[in-house]
Design a binder for this molecule. Structure first.
Ligand code: ZN
Length: 273
């Protein structure tokens, strides 16, 4: 059964802001909205607001709504003006991911079917499906990642695709150059949070352990530096990360000292389980 798409297309007078470039897509990028709004509301807001952020489809538990034409690029991957994610991929936002629950599960189910349909239409395999995180490291789709379900999500798409009689072997895809190759991120490692106490100032801590703390903070919306590259996930435990830790501590009844110690670790881990 073909899924019908409700079209709420952006006005062509707004192409310059929302989708300035012609596009011949090669990938599909999966996002979670990190919000609790329905698909039509997400699209209505996106096509009328003053931000350049844009995406082709929003999917909720009931329908698929489109806002950007598929032959134009959208700004959703955070990988820059000429990034492959932004310039070569179809963006799909899965709604209701902030709170999750049955509504979200149903939205994800519909998204799986819809992605399979898009792949089938194009003669593509599931290897064309990317997560936002692949393009710029952002922890998105946050709910699929935090529940450790990216591989099973893709497997479900493949299963649907098979049922539609689509291509299930790897489709021919030009080798991406190293410049455009999606970064491999060990998303499962995110929650093996480091133990020990990270002091705020001297010596400034840096490295993968800090990066994991930052990713975990971002996953629960205490971004080290919201809006910055990778939301400030850079592996440096500087003042902004300490502030994010402080805000987190404040909201969770801990001593707000900005030091990532055992109690903060326990609280953060409990939230991410
Ligand atoms: Zn995203």
């Amino acid at each position: 059964m073909t899924i019908k798409v409700k079209k709420k297309m952006v006005a062509s007078s707004r192409y310059g802001l929302k989708c300035p470039n012609k596009m011949n897509p090669e990938y599909i990028t999966i996002h979670n909205t990190a919000n609790d709004a329905a698909a039509e509301n997400e699209i209505n807001y996106m096509i009328t607001n003053t931000s350049s952020t844009s995406f082709h489809f929003a999917v909720d538990d009931k329908e698929v709504v489109q806002g950007i034409p598929l032959d134009r690029n959208a700004w959703h991957s955070g990988d820059g003006t000429n990034g492959t994610g932004n310039r070569k991929s179809i963006a799909i936002e899965i709604c209701y991911s902030e709170s999750g629950g049955d509504r979200y599960k149903a939205a994800e189910k519909l998204a799986i079917k819809f992605v399979a349909q898009l792949l089938k239409e194009r003669g593509w395999g599931v290897d064309r499906v990317r997560k936002h995180q692949d393009w710029n490291g952002k922890y998105c789709p946050h709910r699929i990642l935090s529940e450790g379900r990216w591989n099973s999500f893709k497997a479900s798409i493949e299963k649907e695709l098979k049922a539609l009689g689509g291509k299930t072997s790897v489709s021919k895809l030009k080798k991406t150059s190293s410049a455009t190759k999606p970064k491999k991120k060990a998303s499962k490692k995110v929650y093996k949070l480091p133990s020990g106490i990270f002091k705020v100032k001297t010596p400034m801590m840096k490295g993968d352990a800090v990066r994991r703390i930052q990713q975990a903070l971002a996953a629960v919306y205490y971004y080290p530096n919201k809006g910055a590259k990778n939301n400030g996930v850079d592996g440096y435990y500087g003042p902004k990360t300490a502030n994010a830790v402080k805000r987190f501590q404040l909201m969770h009844g801990l001593v707000a000292d900005g030091i990532y110690g055992p109690k903060t670790k326990a609280k953060l881990e409990a939230l991410l389980m």
